[in-house]
Design a protein around this ligand. Structure first.
Ligand code: GCU
Length: 327
């Protein structure tokens, strides 16, 4: 016969085993794909989010991050998510434009007055409206991440739009980016990010445009020695999740995920500023010259994009108007 103590021990043991098994089965692991290396600020911010959500949900929700486009380009990752093979993707507004038209607003050149305008739009009601706008396409946005300003880089300084004439400029697969380079007088060539290093090296394209950390961490700084700070766009990175995955989470877990995402967005602001300074220094050491062109001619050249929008797309034009009104 078992003693009372033995019975109790056995019962506790069974309870512990049951508890462990139950929580193991209940845990949801969300797969997240993105195209940056592990030392990119956005990877660090999302790793923080993964830790936070695990803590907030007592291990119920975990996020496994696949960096470096291991699971495909941004576009391929979006398609995998829509097919249910992936739960989350970190993309950016330029590429999301093809999946949800409201993101096009962020891709207009010289839209934001400054960094605080950029943050206030993202954190305000217009920003949330855009994140929620893609439900019909099978995903929603969780948060934005600071991705600074994008500028042109090539083997010569770009001081005015005239310097882009005759240059094949790599752009993201995004209609706005294509129109912008056309408006500035260059020849846009859409390419996936991962193909760009070789394309620059082999002369398939002559120039590209990106923020400083992406320019440096992708080692484009080895093959393009002038970075001209015309700062034409401020295209935020965006973390999206499949609606099927999102709707399958409990209310509490959804809240925890949103909270962790918002915290990582806040952390990203600081990580981004540090990364911009550090990567600029690294690029300078590699012999890259940073030039600061007068932006006037760039701003003037893209104004027809706003006129076209007003004439042809009232819904987007209204969104852009509301973005401009944000203080
Ligand atoms: C940025 C952005 C990426 C994007 C890349 C590009 O680095 O963070 O999401 O893929 O630009 O130019 O393709």
């Amino acid at each position: 016969m078992m003693t009372r103590k033995r019975v109790l021990t056995a019962m506790i043991g069974a309870a512990l085993t049951f508890g462990a098994t139950a929580s193991t089965y209940a845990a949801t692991t969300l797969k997240l794909s993105h195209n940056h290396p592990r030392d990119h600020a956005v990877h660090k911010a999302m790793s923080h989010m993964a830790k936070e959500v695990r803590k907030l949900t007592d291990g119920d929700v975990r996020i496994r991050i696949y960096p470096d486009a291991q699971l495909g380009t941004q576009r391929e990752s979006m398609e995998l998510m829509q097919n249910g093979a992936l739960d989350m993707v970190k993309s950016n507004a330029a590429e999301l434009e093809a999946f949800a038209p409201a993101y096009a607003a962020f891709n207009l050149p010289y839209l934001f007055r400054d960094k605080s305008h950029y943050y206030n739009v993202q954190e305000g009601s217009v920003g949330e409206e855009i994140l929620a706008s893609s439900r019909e396409s099978g995903f929603i946005g969780l948060t934005y991440y600071d991705a600074g300003a994008r500028s042109f880089y090539t083997s010569k300084p770009i001081k005015t739009p005239a310097d882009l004439k005759g240059l094949k400029v790599r752009v993201q697969p995004s209609p706005s980016a294509i129109n912008m380079v056309k408006a500035l007088g260059g020849s846009p060539t859409p390419l996936a990010y991962g193909e760009l290093y070789t394309a620059l090296q082999q002369g398939v394209v002559d120039a590209a445009e990106n923020n400083i950390p992406s320019f440096s961490l992708s080692r484009h700084s080895e093959v393009a020695k002038y970075y001209s700070m015309d700062e034409h766009t401020m295209v935020p990175d965006v973390l999206v999740i499949s609606t099927k995955t999102y709707d399958g989470l409990s209310d509490e877990n959804r809240k925890a995920l949103k909270q962790a995402a918002m915290e990582s967005m806040e952390l990203m602001k600081q990580l981004w500023a540090e990364s911009e300074a550090k990567e600029r220094q690294k690029a300078e050491k590699l012999g890259v010259t940073f030039v600061s062109p007068d932006k006037t001619a760039f701003v003037e050249s893209v104004q027809p994009m706003y006129a076209d929008l007003e004439a042809s797309n009232p819904a987007l034009n209204d969104l852009v108007k509301r973005i401009k009104e944000v203080q």
